[in-house]
Design a protein around this ligand. Structure first.
Ligand SMILES: C[S@@+](CC[C@H](N)C(=O)[O-])C[C@H]1O[C@@H](n2cnc3c(N)ncnc32)[C@H](O)[C@@H]1O
Length: 237
């Protein structure tokens, strides 16, 4: 379901627990964010939080099915795919073949046990948002239930545009489940559906995406599942 038009009104929001935050957005969902919008309850290095592997599903099976259906719909078969903020599950359709699936996340053991990854890299994107890949390396990318942890999402999404080919799809999904202590202030303040507009704002700020679609793909029962899908725009690869 298209999310456009669900909200109206002018909001000025103050964080429940970050008194410094003053984030305003109007009815066109233009956000005005400051550094405090990206503060988190747990400001310790992410490396410590993700050191111990979690061999778990972060969303329930029906929400995973919704993610897989989106990947089937958007990610090109035979393409090279980047699973950004990856773990031990990538949720790609088992009946599709991809030339290469590369993961980038925080825990080596999780990704070593991910049967869908061809190779992977460990990198803290909150310390180094530039991706360790050449220009135009990938035919599609996914960020599943993770974008809420990025403290500089625009820098990451901008560099993601560099490593993706022209017109490549990017599928960003999120749920109502997340690690609250590691999610940013902006994320925690907003309601589930409003977060899609925040992601759209990040993509617009990155400036290298077109055809940004906001979707509610929540199954009838269980975890909610929203998606923001876009395609890369650039002059050459
Ligand atoms: C909730 S898990 C989701 C994992 C996987 N995408 C999935 O769908 O199951 C969040 C993931 O974000 C990654 N992550 C969190 N903070 C990160 C950071 N600063 N840099 C890179 N990856 C990060 C972690 O490695 C973790 O696997």
């Amino acid at each position: 379901m298209d999310l456009f038009g669900r909200y109206s009104g002018v909001f000025t929001v103050k964080m429940r627990w970050f008194s410094l935050l003053d984030m305003a957005f109007d009815k066109k969902y233009k956000f005005s964010l400051s550094d405090s919008s990206f503060r988190r309850h747990d400001e310790t290095p992410d490396e410590a939080f993700y050191r111990i592997p979690r061999f778990v599903s972060h969303i329930d099976p029906l929400a995973i099915d919704a993610v897989t259906a989106l990947y089937r719909e958007y990610l090109p078969e035979q393409g090279a795919i980047l699973d950004l903020m990856s773990s031990y599950l990538s949720h790609l359709p088992e009946d599709r073949h991809y030339s290469r699936v590369v993961g980038l996340g925080m825990n080596d053991r999780e990704m070593a046990n991910n049967k869908q990854l061809s190779d992977w890299a460990v990198q803290d994107l909150n310390r180094e948002p530039r991706l360790p890949f050449p220009d135009c390396e990938f035919d599609g990318a996914a960020i599943c239930v993770s974008i809420d942890y990025l403290t500089n999402p625009v820098a990451v999404l901008t560099d993601l545009g560099r490593v993706l080919k022209i017109d490549a799809p990017l599928v960003i999904t999120y749920s109502n489940r997340f690690f609250e202590t590691k999610a940013t202030a902006a994320w925690l303040y907003l309601q589930d559906e409003q977060r899609a507009y925040l992601i759209r704002h990040f993509l617009e700020e990155a400036g290298c995406y077109r055809d940004i679609e906001l979707m509610d793909r929540s199954p009838e029962f269980g975890d909610l599942l929203f998606a923001v899908v876009a395609r890369v725009v650039k002059s050459k690869c």
